[in-house]
Design a protein around this ligand. Structure first.
Ligand SMILES: [Zn+2]
Length: 127
């Protein structure tokens, strides 16, 4: 993002802002107003979050990585202990929820911070 003088605004390191779920410009204000809902703007520096559009990116990463971890864990449990189905359900379902919902917020924040840092936006044709 550039300011009115055309100079790039300073930003905190994207991984720091992403992992702390804070504003990608100042690193102090909160990025979210709910679990996954973005705040309209940063309460600390006033950065308008309307540029932020992570799309399905965080969900794709969580599905791929969390799915791999969950499937490997369930297979390992089955091969080692061979528990009954209800044990798989009692342990597996909370584990999958934990492995997917926890990183989703952090990944969304990280992708928005990277979007801000690299000035990513929709493609457009300049005439
Ligand atoms: Zn801010």
């Amino acid at each position: 993002m550039k300011n009115s003088a055309g100079k790039k605004e300073t930003s905190v390191p994207p991984f720091k802002a992403g992992l702390s779920c804070s504003c990608p410009r100042c690193g102090k204000g909160k990025l979210f107003s709910g679990y996954l809902n973005l705040a309209p703007c940063c309460p600390a520096c006033g950065l308008d979050y309307s540029f932020a559009d992570s799309g399905d990116g965080p969900a794709v990463f969580v599905i791929l990585a969390g799915g791999l971890v969950a499937v490997l864990a369930v297979l390992a449990v089955e091969l080692i202990w061979r528990p009954s189905f209800w044990v798989h359900a009692a342990v597996g379902i909370p584990a999958v929820l934990f492995a997917t919902l926890l990183p989703l917020r952090i990944l969304k924040s990280l992708l928005i911070a990277l979007q801000f840092h690299h000035e990513a936006a929709e493609a457009r044709i300049d005439r």
